[in-house]
Design a binder for this molecule. Structure first.
Ligand SMILES: [Zn+2]
Length: 120
């Protein structure tokens, strides 16, 4: 329960929910996410709420480890109709084709900065 709450806050889920968290034998936690039941989601092009047309295939994102466990997110993004074309929805924890979540990317960046400061 706590795990889900932390994950939901870190990922800034509003239009999405965590369906289940699966613990794998090799020590990973898989977070399965889906869009809440609604016909409109934000588009990636102008962040307007647009009609959902279809679902893309499942994608995975690496997320920050929690309690020493690797965490991956599994989600099938929706495509919406916006500006007269089909575009992928605006995924709150992802940017473009990133395979890492936004919090993990920030963490990696900070660690790099920290590393280069020590190297000087
Ligand atoms: Zn648009």
């Amino acid at each position: 329960m706590l795990f889900k709450t932390i994950a939901r806050k870190m990922l800034e889920l509003k239009d999405h929910k965590i369906d289940k968290v699966e613990e794998t034998k090799n020590g990973m936690s898989l977070i399965y996410i889906s869009a809440k039941k609604q016909k409109k989601l934000k588009s990636s092009c102008c962040k307007k709420r647009c009609r959902v047309v279809d679902l893309l295939s499942q994608r995975r994102w690496s997320h920050l480890s929690l309690w020493g466990r690797k965490v991956e997110i599994i989600y099938s993004p929706s495509r919406v109709e916006c500006c007269g074309k089909l575009v992928v929805e605006d995924i709150p924890w992802s940017m473009g084709k990133w395979r890492l979540t936004v919090p993990l990317s920030i963490f990696n960046k900070l660690r790099q900065d920290e590393g280069s400061r020590h190297a000087k």
